[in-house]
Design a protein around this ligand. Sequence first.
Ligand code: SF4
Length: 329
Amino acid sequence: MHEVLGATRQSSAVFIAAPTGIGKTMAALYPAVKALANRLADRVFYLTNMTSARLVAARAMSDLHRSGLLMKSLVLYAKEKLCLKPELYCDTNRCPYALFYYDHLPDALGRLFLYEQIGETEILDCARACQVCPFELALDMAVYCDIIICDYNYAFDPRVRLERFFAQEQQKHLLLIDEAHNLPERSRSMYSAELDLETLIKARQAVQGRSGPLESDFDRVLDWLNRLKEAISTNQPGFFGLEPQVQPTAVMQAENFRAMRDLPQELLARCTASMRTAIFFWKPTWILTGGLFCSRVFSRCFSSAVSQSSFMMMLTSPAPAWTIKKTAW
Ligand code: SF4
């Protein structure tokens, strides 16, 4: 506990390793609460990579609340877990919990303020009673909470991190990272993009006959992937006909494997064009297949292009899945 408090005072990191069941969660949470009380931090984030770890942290918070703690804590769940209208795929023009959200929000927040510890039950009850989106309500309530228990994503994933907290430089946050040895692997996946040939083919079939521009954009991406597949199958270098800017010395080659130390500019241009067209021609009927694919995969690809410290890998295997991965180091 002294170590955690000392690290908080110095704004530094401390790594704690101890056997399971010895009380690491409380040993981290208790000094964090003291740090809040002494204004050494504005807010505490307890970050986990598993639901079960979130429950352990929530139980530790219950113990503190039962002992008289008067701080607000909140467990943040994924949108999919809280959504009250999953069949609408978050079409905010149709979801009754999104329409008039801001009209109903003050009432919903007022009800949540009655609780010290806020979890799934409190959020869902309140969201149903006030007809507001539970996920958005949890995010809006988080601003008024001292301790937030949530997934790593909300602090580290560049696409979903909570800008309302982590874009504010003047705020001091104390991060308690549970099972931190999982963080490098999770971070790599947050900064990686994947293109799956089979999914892309399904997406192409889903938009068949619905949008000529999107069909031809998808065809250009498919053409790139198929030409690479063909090159690798016949043991050709792979990138030369596809990415004109890539120097032969920048390509690493082995059986079923190609890698290059650069972003694939041509592929990214084709993916970006497809993403733009998909957004422009967006139709709810595409959400299940083509639309979902476009928004999820291409937006990842697009956001990954922002980072320059990258290593582009092309992995192939005898199995039919073809994967392109970009890994940030
Ligand atoms: S607005 Fe909220 S409740 Fe409505 S579909 Fe989206 S996540 Fe679900």
